[in-house]
Design a protein around this ligand. Sequence first.
Ligand code: BG6
Length: 486
Amino acid sequence: MSSAHPQGTPGPPTTIVLFGATGDLARRKLLPGMLHLLRSGLLPRVQIVGTSLEEHTRDSFVEFAHRAIREFSPDTTEAEWKDFAQRLFWAPGGTAESLRAAVEEAEGECEGPQRRLHYLSVPPRAALAVIHTLRDADLVEGSRVIMEKPFGTDLESAKQLNAAVHAVFDESQVFRIDHFLGKEAALNILAFRFANGLFEPVWNRNMIDHVQIDVPEKLGLEQRASFYESTGAYRDMVVTHLFQVLAFTAMEAPTALDPQSITEEKFKVFRSMLPIHPEDVVRGQYLGYREEPGVDPESETETFIALRCFVDNWRWAGVPFYLRTGKKLAEGQRIISVAFKEPPKSMFPEGSGIGQHGPDHLTFDLADQARVSLSFYGKRPGPGFRLDKVSMQFSVEDTTWAGSVLEAYERLILEATKGNHTLFTTAEGVERLWEISTPLLEDPPPVRPYEPGTWGPNQIHQLIAPRAWRLPFERKWRERTTRDDA
Ligand code: BG6
C-alpha cells in the first residue's frame, strides 16, 4: 500500500483510547489502520492507549500489536514499526483510575492543544459500562467517542441506549461507526451520482425497474457464535450496512458536502421507507449452524436474509429494492445493481437475443478496489442482427490511484478525530431504522434451511420473480488490464 496522501493535514496530537484493544477487530483492522494513518502522514502525532479485560502489560500489548502488524500489514518497515510501538500505552483492567493514569501519561508526552478519541471496540452489552467508566475517569469533556453497532436490537432498546449515552456524552461527541460508509466504493456512489450530469436524469422510477443490494459472504461465524446468536443477519448487516448503502443510492442531491446536508438527505430516505413486512422477507439458516459450538441446538437465528423494501417518495415510489446477505453462501461479493426499464417497444425480433440476459444495468462493486460496470445490449459483429450483453467497466485497480485507497476503518477513525460526522449514523437515523423494522421483528417468518455454499433458500426466487438475482454473475468482472494492453 502506498503511503502518499497529499491532501493530509497533520492536526494536533491525538490520543486514541482503544477499548477491546486485544480483540479481533483491533488485531485485524484497527491497529494496522492506525499504523497506516501514522506512516502515511494523515495522523502523524497519534498515540494509543489500549485496554481490555485481558491481562496485559504495556510490553505484552506492544508484542500483541507487533504480531497483528506482521500479519495484517506485512509491508511495514522496522523503522515504521518502532515509531508506532513507542506510541502504544496500556491501561490495565480498564478501571477508571488506570485509564486516567495511562491517558495522562500519553498526553503528558505532548504539549499544546490535543484531541482525544475513545474507540469502543466492545460487544454491545459492554458499551454502557465503558461509557460510565469514562465518566468516572473524567475523560468525557473535550473527547469524542466511536461506538460499534448494533445500536440496540429494536426500537425500544435503541432509544434506551441513546438516552443512556446522551446522559454522559453530547450527540455531537458521538460517532456511531458503520464501516460500509467508510468504504471508498460507497463514497464513489456519491461522486458517480452527483458529480456527473449523465446519470442523475435517469435515476428515478421512470427509468429504473429495481435495485439490488447483494452482500453474500462465504465466511461463517468465525468464533463469533455468542454475538451472532443474539444478532442474526438482519441486525448484523441489514439494519446497519445495507440500509446505509441504500440511503447513498436513493438520496436526493445534498446541498453541500457537509455532515448536516448529507445526514439530512439520508434521514429523509429512512423516513420515506415503508415498514418491512414479514411477507416481503425470506429468512434462512445454513444446515449445520445449530451444531456450531456456542449455538442453541434449537436456534431460530437467521444466518441469511433476503427482503424487498420500498422508499415511498416521488423519486422511488413503486420501485422495489431487493436486499440479500448471509453467511456460508456460494461467493463473497458486495454489489449494488441498478436495473433499468426495458424499452417500451422493440424492433428486434424474438430470438435476436434482446432481453435474454435481463435488463441493462449498472453495477457497483463495493470491494476495496472499487469497480463500476454498465452493461447493455450491443450488436454482435457479423451478418444479421444478433444482440448480446456487453459492458463498459471502470476499476480503481487499473488506475494509478490504486495505492491511495484508504481502508474503511482508517478513513472513519481519521474523520472522527477531526470531529466530522458526515460518514456516521445518527441516533435519529438508527431509531427510524428500528421503527420500520418493527413489523418484521415482532413477527419474523420461519427460518428456512439452506445448504452451505449455495445462494440461500429456494424462496429467494419467488421473492424477486419475475425478475432474477444478478448474482452469480453470468460473466465475470474483467480481469485487471496491464498498462500495455489498456
Ligand atoms: C460486519 C459484520 O459488520 O461486517 C460481519 O458484523 C460481516 O458479520 C462484516 O462479516 C462484513 O464486512 P466486510 O467489510 O468484510 O464486507
